[in-house]
Design a protein around this ligand. Structure first.
Ligand code: SF4
Length: 318
């Protein structure tokens, strides 16, 4: 099994490519999570030929919308950056990336709340998106994307990594070409994963498959539409209640003979998780233990429990 592959702003990996010649290494990713992920560094500003160090650039609102400009020279870099971004995201997807982690606040890399300057000097609006993520999301919405700032929150980090692993398994499932049977098998394997993490994703994704094949579309096209809709559905954080419900379904689906007291202990721990009294890993460990004691842990159960960063920053399975 290969590791999921992420494209990452090069400065977050410790490369000294920022405008001032510094890096801003995000160590949980570059030093710890990198054991479990393949990381590819990209720097859009170096990519379009700007040197290190270099004059700062920024997003500015003009007559023809928001542009990427270098105030010191007055140069408009938008077209160069858009062209580089289009070429780069296509080659990254060709290389098999499963997600993108980008540096916040950058006019080239920031995904949200990037400063946009007006015509007059004054407070910029914090409502912009950097050029690279804007282009990448428009061309490949099936690839999950996040800023490093959000990865400091354990729940957001876990949720993003679950989206990355989901994309990774989808990519492997279709590596030898998509067929209707392969896509249905993938969907069936991930029903509980979707129940745990989306409001209505399982049903809507079933409909994407049915409508795609009813319309006679090629399997690869249906599979891509499936992943675009899946990542859209997975855009929000999971509620505890939803995940607890999926664990109850997993327990029922295991269907193994178990003493009533043991089953009740697991149900109690799921309730305690739902009420915020236990971490998710407590009931998941019990369910996994039960599955292992009665044979192999089924793959659908393995998919439900994703690797998560613990408070010490080490990935582990829950
Ligand atoms: S363009 Fe992106 S990768 Fe390059 S230094 Fe700026 S934030 Fe980092």
């Amino acid at each position: 099994m290969t590791n999921p592959r992420l494209a990452v702003s090069a400065c977050l990996l410790g490369s000294k490519v920022r405008y001032n010649g510094d890096a801003c290494e995000f160590r949980p990713l570059s030093r710890r999570w990198s054991e479990h992920l393949d990381l590819l560094g990209i720097c859009p500003e170096v990519g379009i030929g700007l040197g290190v160090p270099r004059p700062t650039i920024r997003l500015s609102r003009g007559d023809d919308g928001v542009r990427l400009v270098q105030p010191s020279s007055g140069e408009d870099l938008t077209d160069r950056m858009v062209a580089w971004s289009e070429k780069t995201i296509e080659s990254l997807v060709g290389l098999g990336i499963d997600g993108v982690v980008l540096k916040k606040d950058s006019p080239s890399c920031g995904i949200e709340r990037v400063k946009v300057h007006g015509r007059r000097e004054g407070s910029p609006m914090r409502n912009g998106t950097g050029i690279f993520p804007m282009v990448a999301q428009a061309l490949h919405p099936q690839v999950p994307m996040i800023e490093e700032g959000r990865l400091n929150d354990a729940e957001q980090a876990e949720h993003f990594l679950s989206r990355v692993h989901f994309h990774h398994r989808w990519r492997l499932a279709g590596a030898e070409g998509w067929t209707a049977a392969r896509l249905m098998a993938f969907h069936n394997e991930h029903k509980l994963f979707l129940v745990a993490r989306t409001a209505d994703g399982k049903r809507r994704l079933g409909r994407v498959i049915a409508e795609g094949f009813d319309a006679g579309k090629p399997a690869s096209e249906v599979a891509l539409a499936y992943m675009i809709e899946a990542q859209r559905s997975l855009g929000n954080l999971v509620h505890r209640g939803r995940f607890a419900h999926a664990m109850e379904r997993a327990l029922a689906r295991l269907g193994v003979d178990v003493a009533p007291g043991v089953r009740q202990d697991i149900i109690t721990s799921i309730h305690d998780y739902r009420r915020g009294l236990l971490p998710r890993m407590a009931p998941m460990l019990l369910i996994n233990h039960l599955a292992r004691a009665s044979g192999e842990v089924p793959s659908w159960l393995g998919h439900l429990a994703q690797p998560v960063p613990s408070s010490t920053g080490v990935l582990r399975r829950v």
